[in-house]
Design a protein. Structure first.
Length: 117
């Protein structure tokens, strides 16, 4: 795995992600936390927390195993060392408010800012 990559370098780019927590699944350590959207990671890209860089997939309403889409934003957690990419199908857009609403099920536990290109 490569060295830590700044999540902001993915803004505006096509990104391949693998989904390890499909829409409708529960968190492995917190079964009450149900994923409202597909959630995964960028293979072989290290995040500051030492794991692979995480990503939310918005705009795909069924569970998927992987996806290639555009990174339209980064959720930068200000009280945690774990940024999240926002990946969407090409041509799709979401406002900051929509991103917050769609990721609230997990992001409600963290302070963050949404970064765009």
């Amino acid at each position: 795995m490569q060295e830590f990559t700044d999540a902001k370098t993915f803004l505006g780019k096509m990104v391949h992600i693998k989904i390890d927590r499909p829409k409708g699944s529960s968190h492995p350590k917190s079964p009450d936390l149900i994923y409202k959207v597909n959630y995964g990671y960028v293979p072989d890209v290290k995040a500051p927390d030492g794991d692979e860089l995480d990503a939310y997939l918005l705009g795909v309403d069924k569970p998927v195993e992987e996806f290639v889409g555009v990174c339209i934003a980064v959720i930068h957690r200000t009280n945690d060392n774990d940024d999240k990419l926002i990946i969407v199908p090409e041509g799709k857009e979401y406002s900051d408010e929509e991103i917050r609403e769609l990721t609230y099920f997990q992001e409600q536990y963290f302070k963050s800012e949404i970064i765009r290109k």
